[in-house]
Write a protein that binds this ligand. Structure first.
Ligand code: SF4
Length: 607
């Protein structure tokens, strides 16, 4: 039996443990006294990170939303459905009562790509197990956790599938399992995938759950699904385990966005797909009409949205269908908000690694795709699109509308020392030719059963650990920082930076969106608040910024010192000579007009 058959096979399994014995007892009693409308359900979100799906705060993935919709469709009252994130449960032990007392506890989570996160900490296997032990009712485990569990969510690890002491593991879709389980009086379910008709009911029907997210409403971004599965079969990737792409209709996605907007969501990322350019087509080729319906429809039902970003664009689509892709990229740049990123899975610029791992795009093709995205979408709000790509002194003071990101993966089959050189040369070429990348993501492989990499495992990644570390450091210093200065030069304004934590006398925050810049602001500002900021300096992958516009008459010493060209001495002089009637009255050789204003700037159009 293949892994995929195993995942999607018709056998759900129930654990034969002491826990299960207890469950049977509870189950029998409960079934007599509960109908779907009386059932209480607690959904616990342990967060997800998959190649084409993200759900770590401030993101909420589709899993808890679709599951809530399925429960309602099966007859559970909305008022009986409780949603908690794993971080909420860590912070407040009282909330474990909702886990313990629910008739049905559903855990969703799982990491199939490695990562470190600012906004939340994914559930550890021991925590997931504890949830099952605490739950007195029926417990179900679902989401990408079914693909496997590693010791930690890090690269160069191998994973194995575990049941973590749950009564049931949903080997198909957790939302379908939730529906069937409730429908069967908590008897059981056959593992299956949901169909599009069900999704068109469950997606809008579960939108209400976002109100229970701790980040709701201001600091929450909904990951939107347009399709699952992939037409390609890269050796390391779990996405093909979902099969060939199955697209939702534009109307279905738009109606879900409309419902989420009714529940106060203002930030959206179209991130749950392998390739946004393939939306509504045959699985590979673009369909410009469908993409336009999707983007314009979203703008119609959520006219006040603040973020509309995407994730995942396949560079091979651009090189195979350049004209259609250019049109699609123009449509996206017309409707999205600035600072958007099209993540390209180049994975390796080494032709041997490409060949051995069935990677679908060559370095040359990827370079061509980088150029096309720069030409069509590398303009900034306030500029004519025909000027793209813009950078340097003439560029507007905003982030570009859409830029490519590059994903590089190490530890793949046939990786050798030259692989690192190929990757380095590719990135240097992009920089040298005046193009922009919004981000470079360098990771080591996680090996999952069911993928071709399961045979190789993490062995190559382990062998190359030292090489990997020094190469990564070089890329950060030699490519990332100059690229960041090109994409977001000093003077670039970042609206709505959410302040998240304090460190070393500074406040760090990010905008909502896809791969947002980490922004460090001098001084300790109230957390949880939002400010507009202007960039004054660059780290390797982060920026220093001050509030925008900076009020020169009340700015702190550290804020003034952070301005380009202003040292400690001049900052002190500026303070001594306060107040200033106008920015012009500041005088001096350094032009501060990009940072200091007397009036609040206009509302940021098309941000
Ligand atoms: S193109 Fe490759 S890496 Fe991207 S989703 Fe498809 S199989 Fe995964």
């Amino acid at each position: 039996m293949t892994w995929r058959e195993d995942i999607l096979g018709n056998q759900s399994f129930r654990l034969r443990t002491a826990q299960t014995a207890q469950f049977y007892h509870v189950d029998t009693e409960r079934r007599d006294m509960t109908r779907p409308s009386d059932l209480s359900v607690t959904i616990v979100d342990g967060y997800v990170d998959e190649p084409a799906h993200f759900g770590v705060p401030p993101y909420i993935s589709t899993y808890p939303r679709f599951t809530a919709g399925a429960l309602v469709d099966a007859g559970v009252a909305k008022s009986q459905i409780t949603y908690h994130t794993i971080d909420e449960l860590r912070d407040d032990r009282q909330k474990w009562r909702d886990v313990a007392t629910a008739d049905l506890m559903i855990y969703v989570g799982g990491m199939t790509v490695p990562g470190k996160y600012v906004g939340g900490t994914p559930a550890e296997p021991d925590e997931v197990r504890e949830l099952a032990w605490v739950a007195e009712g029926v417990s179900v485990l679902g989401g990408p956790v079914r693909f496997g569990v590693g010791d930690e969510n890090a690269g160069a690890t191998e994973t194995e599938r575990q049941d973590l002491d749950y009564d049931f593991v949903a080997k198909g879709d957790i939302e379908a399992a939730a529906y069937d389980l409730v429908d069967s009086g908590l008897e059981g379910f056959s593992s299956r995938m949901r169909d599009n008709d069900e999704l068109s009911r469950w997606a809008p029907g579960g939108a209400f759950i976002v109100e229970q997210h701790p980040n709701h409403p201001e600091y929450l971004i909904c990951e939107m699904e347009t399709s699952r599965g992939c037409a390609y079969r890269c050796s390391f990737c779990t996405e093909p385990l979902y099969g060939n792409p199955a697209f939702r209709t534009a109307d279905a996605v738009v109606s879900e966005v409309g419902k989420l907007a009714e529940y106060g969501v203002q930030h959206f990322r179209i991130g749950r797909q392998a390739d946004i350019l393939a939306f509504g087509g045959d699985g590979e080729a673009p369909n410009t009409d469908a993409l336009r319906r999707l983007y314009s429809g979203i703008r119609e039902v959520a006219p006040d949205l603040k973020t509309l970003h995407l994730d995942n664009m396949n560079p091979i689509t651009i090189t195979k269908w350049p004209e259609e892709s250019r049109e699609c990229i123009r449509i996206i740049a017309e409707h999205n908000t600035a600072g958007d990123t099209a993540a390209f899975g180049l994975e390796s610029a080494d032709p041997l690694v490409q060949e051995e791992n069935n990677l679908n795009v060559s370095a040359e093709e990827c370079f061509e795709a980088v150029k096309i995205v720069n030409e069509e979408a590398g303009w900034r709000p306030g500029e004519a699109p025909s000027r793209a790509p813009t950078h340097g002194k003439e560029a507007a003071n905003r982030l570009p509308k859409l830029l490519p990101g590059i994903n590089l993966l190490h530890g793949l089959k046939a990786e050798r020392e030259e692989t690192y050189e190929h990757n380095r040369e590719f990135l240097q070429r992009v920089y040298d030719e005046g193009l922009m990348l919004r981000r470079i993501n360098i990771r080591q492989v996680m090996a999952f059963a069911g993928t071709d990499m399961s045979e190789t495992g993490a062995q190559i990644a382990h062998e190359h650990t030292e090489l990997f570390k020094s190469y990564k450091r070089d890329i950060r210093e030699q490519i990332d920082q100059p690229m960041l200065e090109r994409v977001a030069p000093a003077g670039t304004v970042l609206p709505d930076v959410h302040l998240e934590y304090h460190q070393d006398g500074r406040t760090f925050g990010r905008q909502l969106g896809t791969y947002p810049l980490l922004v460090g602001i001098p001084g300790e500002r109230p957390l949880g608040s939002t400010i507009d900021a202007v960039i004054v300096d660059h780290g390797y992958r982060s920026v220093t910024a001050v509030p925008y516009p900076l009020d020169i008459n009340s700015a702190s010493m550290t804020e003034l010192e952070a301005l380009p060209g202003i040292g400690r001495q001049r900052a002190g002089d500026l303070i001594v000579n306060r107040p200033y009637e106008t920015p012009d009255a500041i005088g001096g050789e350094v032009d501060l007009s990009a940072y200091v204003q007397t009036d609040r700037p206009e509302q940021f159009p098309n941000q």
